[in-house]
Design a protein around this ligand. Structure first.
Ligand SMILES: Nc1ncnc2c1ncn2[C@@H]1O[C@H](COP(=O)(O)OP(=O)(O)OP(=O)(O)O)[C@@H](O)[C@H]1O
Length: 564
């Protein structure tokens, strides 16, 4: 064992330490520092190797070698005077050692990178070929041989500019620019490939180029696979977009009014079977809420719940919305599309605003309800489905039958179980429960701390007729809660912020026919919210009428043209 002392506790001293520390047969006995005040001491505290002063070197026994890393004549002289059989390595020898050490480290680093690179290059599926700046091929990976059938030893050393002058590698070498998506045949083989090549530039000068390529048929196979997956994702996306998550259960239907309770009972019973349910009632009474609850209480709860708003879909699209269409069924049908009935297979389809469906579609719907089968528009394959139908309307279907706008046979087909939900004005006893529920919900949504209504505010709500039913109540309470910060909502709050409760000004209003007035209001609402389906939905909400009613009024007044 050679015991060594190193003079110098920083820079070269540390480099020498790192060089020797793991070598067998060498023990670093100590670091030696001089008494020069400003000599740096990076070592201090980093390990338990002692640091002693040069004066005290005789205390370290035995010592075989002193390595002096300091270029200081005084230190050199003092080292020479140390007695005993100790060899001294001076600063020049140290420089040489440090230099060799650094070289060795760099070499190790390069070897490691080389090892990593060759593991990567050996395992990639793409062929890789590298040439130097003269075009001499220096490297090919195993995938190159697999794709082209040319062994590495036959390829390396040849000049790519001669054997594959039109290939991407030769092009990148000639132009010094990247080449991408180049389709070519590899020189010396029959392999048709798609390749990308890049010049290798070191310190601004071209040192060579590298090409990466894949077999053309592999790329085509991948593209084909990608196309298939994309179509699958699109179709799944399409389906997901249309499936409404079933949001409500019977527990969400609030109210103790006996008539409402009876509706709930009938609907709960109907939920247990597969019968068609017809939900009747004014706009905003909770028909959709009932439809959700029926689906959720049925054995179909895990299957899709698909809602179709028959009033919101343009007449000419309704059929394809319901039944889907086959590829090429009409101009623009570049791929086939699944319809709502197919989407609802195994689950429930909720046909909202059924009273607004056109007569010819009513006939087709009747056939589906009877047979549970249909064809896609433009298709010739019969599709069988198992769907529970729940229909709803706020229109008087008997009146529509009388005026020839609704098929009687469809009415009877839909009306296996009929639930007529009472309007809010006949069940005002439910107002407190509904309002309390709304306050809790809106406190959470709006970050408010409303506790209750004042007595006079309750009176205002009781004395109002609620033509827009629970939906109108929701709008009114939300409008007040958005604007007011008090904990108790008062009559004044409602009168100030809700137009329905504002006293009618006693001014001299010009008298005009009511239907004209209606047109003016609809026009105003459409100007405010726009003519899109969403705009119409919001306009209907603001006017407190159903979307279907709005569509009918627009149709009647022939607004559409003048507004678009
Ligand atoms: N009994 C009820 N308890 C709690 N919320 C209710 C009740 N009835 C209706 N609502 C709420 O009122 C709003 C309107 O209800 P819904 O959309 O079901 O009415 P609708 O009769 O389908 O209306 P439309 O005919 O205009 O489509 C919804 O936010 C719903 O949650």
């Amino acid at each position: 064992m050679q015991r060594i002392a190193i003079i110098g506790t920083s820079g070269d001293g540390l480099a020498v330490y790192r060089l020797l520390k793991d070598i067998k047969g060498i023990e670093i006995a100590c670091f030696i520092k001089t008494d020069k005040k400003n000599s740096p001491d990076e070592w201090s505290g980093k390990s338990n190797i002692k640091i002693i002063n040069l004066d005290k070197i005789s205390e370290i026994e035995p010592l075989d070698v002193i390595i002096n890393t300091l270029r200081d004549p005084d230190v050199e002289a003092r080292v020479k005077n140390i007695k005993g059989n100790i060899s001294v390595v001076d600063v020049n020898a140290v420089n040489l050692m440090v230099h060799l050490f650094k070289e060795k480290q760099e070499l190790l680093h390069i070897k490691r990178i080389q090892g990593e690179l060759s593991t990567v290059l050996n395992s990639v599926q793409e062929a890789v070929e590298v040439a130097d700046k003269l075009g001499v091929i220096k490297y090919v990976n195993p995938a190159f041989t697999r794709i082209t059938g040319i062994p590495a030893e036959e390829r390396i050393g040849k000049n790519v500019l001669e054997i594959s002058p039109d290939g991407a590698l030769a092009m990148a070498l000639r132009t010094g620019k990247m080449v991408s998506g180049h389709r070519t045949r590899v020189g010396g083989s029959n392999a048709e490939v798609i390749s990308n090549a890049s010049p290798i530039v070191v310190d601004g000068s071209l040192e060579g180029a590298v090409v990466v390529f894949q077999h053309f048929t592999d790329v085509m196979k991948l593209m084909d696979e990608l196309r298939k997956r994309t179509t699958m994702i699109e179709s799944l996306n399409d389906k997901f977009g249309q499936v409404t998550t079933c949001k409500y259960t019977f527990a969400d239907i609030l109210g103790n009014n006996p008539e409402l309770k009876k509706c709930i009972q009938v609907a709960e019973r109907a939920a247990q079977s597969n019968t068609t349910v017809l939900l009747l009632g004014e706009s905003g009474t909770g028909k959709e809420l009932f439809a959700h609850a029926i689906h959720y209480a049925s054995s179909r709860r895990e299957k899709p719940f698909i809602k179709v708003n028959c009033a919101a879909i343009p007449e000419n699209l309704l059929e394809s919305e319901f039944f889907g269409y086959a590829k090429g069924a009409f101009t623009g049908a570049v791929k086939s599309k699944i319809g709502k009935f197919e989407l609802a297979n195994g689950g429930t389809i909720f046909l909202d605003e059924i009273g607004d469906m056109n007569l010819s579609l009513q006939g087709k719907l009747l056939r589906v309800l009877q047979e549970m089968e249909f064809e896609r528009v433009g298709g010739n394959q019969t599709i069988h489905v198992d769907v529970r139908v729940i229909a709803a309307t706020n229109r008087n279907l008997r009146d529509l039958i009388r005026t020839g706008k609704f098929r009687e046979d469809l009415y009877y087909r839909l009306n296996v179980v009929e639930v007529t939900i009472p309007p809010l004005r006949v069940r005002k006893e439910d107002l407190p429960a509904l309002v309390n529920h709304l306050i809790v919900k809106l406190n959470r949504k709006l970050g408010k701390k409303v506790q209750r209504l004042s007595r006079d505010a309750e009176e205002v709500l009781y004395s109002y007729d609620w033509p827009g039913n629970v939906r109108e109540l929701e709008n009114v309470v939300e409008r007040v809660m958005v604007t007011v910060d008090e904990e108790i909502l008062t009559k004044k709050n409602f009168i100030q912020h809700v137009s329905q409760f504002k006293p009618v000004p006693e001014t001299d209003v010009e008298l005009i026919p009511i239907d004209r007035m209606e047109q003016i209001l609809i026009q105003k609402a459409l100007m405010k919210f726009g003519n899109s389906v969403e705009g119409k939905r919001r306009a209907a909400q603001a006017l407190n009428i159903s979307l279907a009613t709005l569509y009918n009024k627009i149709k009647r007044a022939k607004f559409e043209n003048s507004n678009t």
